[in-house]
Design a protein around this ligand. Structure first.
Ligand SMILES: *Cc1c(COP(=O)(O)O)cnc(C)c1O
Length: 444
């Protein structure tokens, strides 16, 4: 009983999407329909073993195939691997795919990868893990890729060493790059491949496709856009999709239709001779795929598009209601699924930082936005409301943020001391990182 109470007490101290607003930018903390859990817990999906004969798991293979087809239609790709367990793992996979392509084309010297400074932090990290050298390219004043700088780099001597480009679009400032097709053309012209970080597809699914923008491969975070609960450490899935020319290098096995029996397709798993290897055992986190297919099927093509439209509308609604008080980074007129507030001038005027405002939000039961990211904005708060929040919630959250702005001017000290209503007060974050306490000590 004591153990059970201990965990229940801990659960009450945590903040999840079911407790309140959770506008954590670049994370898509949206409502995950319960029916996803219901289908993923069906015996036919949980009681199987990956080494069972294929003839006895036809339904599971059908789930993989139909998910692949749906995601191919959404992204404009041809084939997917289900193995990667997370977004960063997908990036690593995609880069190894690009490496395999260059190796097959006898271009092993192509080891440099261009990553814009607005990229998610995992991008350069994955590139280094894949044995590549990162070339950072600065954003222009609008927060997008500086096309002139990119052209100069790719048309110069360095062009023949370029493996490709990693890009997030919309980028981490919530902006859709207006030059996207020009960018991918420049990379292809110098012999590189284009990798799309599709962790946050929430702004574009059903509307725009990475394949049509000129990308060769993409990873998707099923645990963000396609509605698997996350934030608690997994399991997730960072599927990687690619165009035809890269498909033979994909890791692990992919599902093929090999014939027909009693009017139904017969599914089989096949590994290509050119596959670069394995990223994870068997088919990755299969039940996450079941949830994604349930989500896609229950929304339908129309609903998928509406989800994106709602996400973009909600972000723009909040941004419009805040911009007379808070500065919006890059003077963004219209954002995608998220927007970035720049609190540098608030800090200068009042001494109240992005951190203080984030802590103030905790006292109102709101999970803080993503802080101090993207790195290109100094006092950044990155807000992603998602499509599953009601207008009432958005209005209320806007009211709280406006009130905190006023408090910053009237009584800055109050915000330096926030939070005051949470189970623990302001934490020593540097101390926690340098000297982590990893064991629970029972009370005397
Ligand atoms: C979340 C995210 C990732 C990393 O995904 P993980 O599943 O946390 O590894 C990569 N890129 C972008 C843009 C993201 O938002």
């Amino acid at each position: 009983m004591d153990l059970s109470r201990h965990y229940t007490e801990l659960a009450h101290k945590a903040h999840g999407i079911n407790d309140g607003f959770y506008p954590l930018g670049s994370c898509t903390m949206k409502y995950n329909p319960r029916i996803n859990e219901k289908t993923a817990s069906l015996d036919g999906f949980t009681g199987v073993h990956p080494l069972q004969p294929e003839s006895t798991v036809q339904g599971c293979l059908q789930v993989l195939k139909e998910t692949e087809e749906a995601l191919a239609a959404i992204t404009g790709m041809e084939a997917f691997t289900f193995q990667p367990a997370a977004g960063a793992h997908g990036e690593f996979t995609g880069l190894l795919l690009i490496k395999a392509w260059h190796r097959a084309n006898r271009q092993p010297r192509r080891t440099k990868i261009i990553v814009p400074d607005s990229a998610h932090g995992t991008n350069p990290a994955s590139a280094v893990m894949a044995g590549m050298t990162v070339i950072n390219i600065e954003s222009d004043a609008k927060g997008c890729v500086d096309v002139d700088k990119l052209r100069e780099l790719c048309e110069g001597e360095e062009g023949q060493n370029i493996a490709g480009l990693m890009l997030t679009n919309p980028n981490t400032a919530g902006l859709f790059d207006p030059n996207i097709q020009e960018i991918t053309r420049i990379i292809h012209d110098c012999g590189g491949q284009c990798y799309y970080d599709g962790a946050n597809l929430n702004a574009v699914m059903g509307i725009a496709r990475p394949g049509d923008m000129g990308f060769d491969c993409v990873h998707l975070n099923l645990h963000k856009t396609f509605s698997t609960p996350h934030g608690g450490g997994g399991p997730g899935a960072g599927l990687v999709g690619c165009k035809e020319h890269l498909a033979r290098f994909l890791p692990g096995k992919t599902v093929k239709i090999t014939g027909e029996k009693d009017g139904c397709p017969v599914y089989a798993m096949e590994k290509s001779d050119d596959s670069f290897g394995e990223m994870k055992s068997f088919y990755g986190n299969f039940l996450v795929v079941v949830k994604a297919l349930t989500y896609i099927r229950s929304l339908g093509a129309e609903g998928i598009r509406q989800a994106s439209e709602g996400a973009v509308l909600n972000a723009n609604y909040m941004m419009a209601k805040l911009r007379d008080k808070y500065d919006i980074a890059f003077d963004t007129k219209i954002c995608m699924h998220e927007f970035v507030m720049d609190l540098s001038s608030l800090l200068k005027e009042t001494g109240v930082s992005a951190m203080d405002i984030a802590k103030g939000l905790l006292d109102h039961g709101i999970h803080p936005p993503t802080m101090y990211f993207p790195l290109t904005v100094h006092e950044a708060l990155m807000v992603e409301p998602t499509e599953t929040e009601s207008r009432e919630t958005l209005d209320w959250a806007v009211g709280v943020l406006r009130q905190l702005y006023d408090t910053a001017h009237a009584d800055p000290q109050a915000l330096h001391g926030a939070p005051v209503t949470t189970p623990v007060r302001r934490l020593d974050e540097v101390g926690a990182a340098r000297h982590p306490v990893l064991r629970y000590t029972c009370a005397e």
